[in-house]
Write a protein that binds this ligand. Structure first.
Ligand SMILES: Cc1cc2nc3c(=O)[nH]c(=O)nc-3n(C[C@H](O)[C@H](O)[C@H](O)COP(=O)(O)O)c2cc1C
Length: 328
């Protein structure tokens, strides 16, 4: 979970408790990635995953598009006494450099979303002994990832919190149905994701052919998560989730708020993500949930506070074999 929710402490706590903790590193600089991986290793010698957003072409945009997107954000900037919105020159971290940082001390698992890996990158990860996991929102994407040579595929259903992880054919499918279809189509291990909030949910996807379950929203209120207090309060208040491009320009599921309601002309990713960054940072400091990207899956009302180990124990199937044994 990139963007501050996922922390080294959360990843380490999940791995220590017998799951596979994942470090959402997409928005981290290479130096921050090295630091975050060190921090996980300081807390556990268990395997963990690192996640990045696959390299994607940066779309061309026009000044008129920028003007329209800025105009929609202006009232929010004014309310927080921020300078008028303007598109920064630094749009995103350099993927090659991020991957190099990951490869400098390879984790057990590398996962990615938003696209495909170049064959050279995939080869480098495999040569370093890393298990490589791609993200699909449909059967065609899963098949493409299998052909590319990944080791496992996440099947991300429509209920999932955060960004839609695919790049091509998002079917916004029910998690259970997608899991079943992907498991039938590919001969790789399938990791089901989306709306898995209880042990029963996890058992159901395992029965549908998944080898593992991937949970995000269930850990949003974990003690070790970096979820801000305004974000935690919004999750606890309830409400609806929406699929919105308002914050990043890519479709993501989060709690509906003033910005998701107001923005109708976002720039494409990564431009909108860079454009809204100052607003999101100022909103986090001011405790204003209405301007934050409050990523959450459809099952968010079932998210519980507490140590991540306890949350994992509540999700893990009782039959051993699906999760590892907790660290002594
Ligand atoms: C706050 C948040 C941040 C997320 N960030 C990432 C990310 O950086 N990379 C990624 O592949 N998936 C990300 N996801 C999606 C998860 O990998 C996963 O698909 C999703 O959480 C599963 O659905 P659930 O939220 O209903 O458990 C994020 C999800 C949330 C809730």
């Amino acid at each position: 979970m990139a963007g501050g929710v996922g922390t080294p402490e959360l990843a380490a706590a999940v791995s220590r408790a017998g799951g596979l903790g994942s470090l959402g590193a997409a928005y981290l600089s290479p130096a921050q990635i090295v630091q975050a991986m060190d921090a996980v290793r300081h807390l556990t010698d268990r395997p963990f995953a690192v996640n990045l957003f696959a390299l994607q072409p940066v779309p061309q945009i026009t000044p008129a598009q920028v003007e329209a997107a800025c105009a929609e954000l202006l009232p929010f900037h004014a309310a927080l006494h921020l300078p008028s919105p303007s598109l920064p020159t630094h749009l995103q971290e350099d993927f090659e450099a991020q991957l190099e940082a990951v490869l400098a001390a390879p984790p057990a698992v590398f996962s990615f979303a938003f696209g495909r890996l170049e064959s050279g990158h995939l080869r480098a990860l495999k040569a370093a002994g890393v298990v490589v996991v791609g993200t699909a929102t449909s059967v065609p994407e899963a098949l493409t990832l299998e052909t590319d040579g990944v080791d496992a595929v996440v099947a991300q259903g429509a209920a999932a919190g955060g960004h839609r992880g695919g790049w091509q054919h998002d079917e916004l499918a029910d998690t259970l149905e997608l899991t079943r279809a992907v498991a039938r189509a590919v001969s790789l291990p399938v990791i089901a994701a989306g709306g898995l909030m209880t042990r029963e949910d996890v058992n159901a996807v395992l029965d549908a052919g998944a080898s593992l379950a991937q949970c995000g929203t269930a850990f949003l209120l974990a003690d070790e998560a970096g979820t801000s207090s305004a974000y935690r309060a919004a999750l606890t208040r309830g409400g609806d989730t929406v699929l919105t491009r308002a914050f990043s320009g890519r479709t993501a599921r989060g709690l509906r708020n003033a910005v998701s309601d107001a923005v109708a002309h976002p720039l494409p990713y990564p431009h909108q993500n860079a454009l809204t960054r100052p607003l999101r940072s100022a909103g986090a400091q001011a405790g204003q949930a209405d301007v934050l990207s409050l990523w959450a899956g459809e099952g968010f009302t079932l998210a519980r506070p507490g140590p991540a180990a306890g949350l994992l124990a509540a999700l893990a199937p009782e039959v051993s074999g699906h999760v590892g044994h907790p660290e002594k």
